[in-house]
Every structure is written in structure tokens, then in C-alpha cells.
Design a protein around this ligand. Sequence first.
Ligand code: C2E
Ligand code: CA
Ligand code: CA
Ligand code: CA
Length: 279
Amino acid sequence: SKETGRDAITVFDTSMRERIERRVEIERTLRTAIERGEIGVAYQPVVSWPDGRVLGVEALARWTKGTERVAPTEFIDVAEESGLIIPLGAFVLDEALRQVAWMRANIPSAKDMYASVNVSPRQLQSDDFADIVAETLHRHHLPGGALFLEITESVMMGDTLAAASAMTALTSLDVRLSVDDFGTGFSSLSYLKRFPVDVVKIDRSFVSGLAHDESDASLVAAIIKMANALGLATIAEGVETHEQARRLIELGCTKMQGYLFSAPVPMGELVETVQAIGG
Ligand code: C2E
Ligand code: CA
Ligand code: CA
Ligand code: CA
């Protein structure tokens, strides 16, 4: 009836307006969140398995707003669209490199450890991105080899010229590149060949079905074979069970991340976490 139709519209309008208001609120408060010290970084070990060596740590932005935690999936999108990803990304890079410089200097088993930092398309396409990276490495007295940058497939599809020249500048600093969430976007072999990528990160959505879903298992097997054929390493994301880890090793992927080893932890828990994994 007319009545229900109007109600449906009202409900739709309300939730739509709430979503928009939430976005506006996030953008407004994100502007000052860094200065207020509300943004932090959590670290998730990248583990060589089954030997348990911690190869590096992925830096993941965290936002605690009063008592509320805002999910990265929510604020990263807003940051990307508003351009705030530029200062936010520079902050995460600086924090991550400070942390890794400290670990390298103070923990014997971490002397070659790297930081892996997520980079959004907007950052990679900004003119001075490679300069900021070089300057931040320099500030922390770190070689380029101490840093991986994680890019998504969309970067390689977008403004490929700007992205390609940034990637070339970064690789000349010895910074390595990983393709994040591999298999979820518009993956193409030609991108992997065309860009100076070192690592393919196998998305969690394929890893989760590995032990019971045959099509996931063949997909993962295909990604690993393809990466190897191109001379690229693989890291499996979202490994939660020993069974998944075992299957990955069988398929030739011995680098992994996931709750099986550790969730992302705050800086203050990282040393203990790394030592617990390494045995
Ligand atoms: P991502 O780069 O794919 O990061 C992996 C996500 O999976 C993280 O979520 C991590 O907490 C979660 N995770 C790790 N292991 C497991 C597991 O075993 N099981 C499950 N279910 N989840 C696991 P998080 O921290 O919420 O980050 C979400 C996304 O936000 C990231 O996905 C990344 O795309 C983006 N992000 C986070 N920090 C940054 C940043 O500093 N810069 C940029 N550009 N993006 C960021
Ligand atoms: Ca990532
Ligand atoms: Ca990922
Ligand atoms: Ca993701």
C-alpha cells in the first residue's frame, strides 16, 4: 500500500542519513586524531613456518576515539577519499620504521626484520611519495631492505604511469613491494610482469577455505605456482588453523600471517609476541 511504501522510504532515508552523518563525523574528527594521539599502530608478525622465524611485521593503523574503536575498514576509506591518507600514511610509516629500527637494534633474532606498510593508491600517486619514504628511512638509519610496501591490484590498474614511476623510484631505494589481497581484484598476470613486485599476498578469503573447499585449494595452488613462475614469493594471509598452515606448506608457501601465530598487537606487546613465536 501507499502507507508501507512511505514507511520503507522513511527507513531508507534514516539509515542513509545516518551513514552519511557518520562519514562526515569520521572525516571531521580524523583531521585532528593524529595530533591528539588517538591514532596508533598495531603489528602483526609475518612468520616463516614451521621454523617460526619472524621475518617482519605488518603495520596496521588503529584509531581509539574516546572509548570507541573505529574500524580501519571504515576510516581508511574516508581518509583515502578526503586526502587525509597522506598525513595518516606518513604517520604510520614513521611509527613502523621507528619500531623496526628499535627491534633490529635491541632484539638479536630481529636484526633483519622488516616493516610492511600498507600504501593506498592516492599515496603512491602523489609526487613526493618516494622522497617521503627515503627521508623516513634515513631518519631512522634504516636501509631500504627494512621496508616492504603493500599495494593493491587497483593501484596497478589506475594511473599506471605515475604508479610505475613511483615503484621504480622505490625499488632503487631497495624497498620491496607486495601485492595485497591478491586474487580479489582484477588480477592479471601482465600487471605482475609489468611492475617491479616482489611478493604476492594470498587473500584470507582463499586461505580460509583451504582445508575443506577444493576450489579454494586449487586457487591457492594456482596462485603459488604462478608466483613462483614469475620469481615472486608468496605470503598467505589470515592463517587461523594448523590444518591451513600444513596445506600451505604442502603447496609450497612457507610464509604466513594470521591469528594462528598472532593477532595484530600493540607496540608494547610486540617483543614478547615475537619471542613467543620464535620459541
Ligand atoms: P589488510 O592489509 O588486508 O590487513 C589484514 C587484515 O586482516 C587486518 O585487519 C588484520 O587485523 C586482519 N587479520 C589478520 N590476521 C587475521 C586472521 O587470522 N583472521 C582474520 N579474520 N583477520 C585477520 P584490519 O587491521 O582491520 O585492517 C583492515 C584493512 O585496513 C587492511 O587490510 C588494510 O587494507 C587497511 N589498513 C589498515 N591500516 C592501514 C594503513 O595504515 N594504511 C592503509 N592504506 N590501509 C590500512
Ligand atoms: Ca595489508
Ligand atoms: Ca591483505
Ligand atoms: Ca584487505
